[in-house]
Design a protein around this ligand. Sequence first.
Ligand SMILES: [Zn+2]
Ligand SMILES: [Zn+2]
Length: 196
Amino acid sequence: MSPRVYSKAYYEKNKSRIKVAVITYRERNPEKIRAQKRVYRERNRDKINAWREKNKERLKAYRKAWYAKNRERIRASWRAFYEKNKEQRRARQNARVSERRLRAIAGYGGKCICCGESTTEFLAFDHVNGDGGQHRKLVRQGASLVGWIERNNYPPSIQLLCHNCNLAKAFYGHCPHSLRQALSPDVGKKLAGRSP
Ligand SMILES: [Zn+2]
Ligand SMILES: [Zn+2]
């Protein structure tokens, strides 16, 4: 079905029915309508531009009113767009962070130096001399520690421990896996009374 040309008398008589038919057609064929409008605009570009120039102020007022009327809707759609991109941005960032972390883990041998645990989720970068708290205050944790490690070309002041061995070292000064060899003598002395 394409738009028809009606005689005036016929149109007057069937006005409401024709209007409904036109609206229905437009709703059902948005692509066709868009294409028609595009062709019309291309053919009448000069005419349209001249009309726009002549009605500049009116258009400006119209746009302003339209924006005021649709403000919430426009803002919501911008927000949705922003949120969608925020998630994508965050996902990309997370992927980069975990990639760098895996690279740093591999750089330190890929396993706990105490027990050999190699599941990366269980591994942590440990400060050999137990000055982690101080150092973390400087470079903070996680991604920035990995960044610091990379920038300093894998310094020997960092070692790879699993969370078990790392916690045991922090708590007792050494890991029960290697009772005789204190991983951190300083902390060991300090917490000697609490050793098992
Ligand atoms: Zn371990
Ligand atoms: Zn251990």
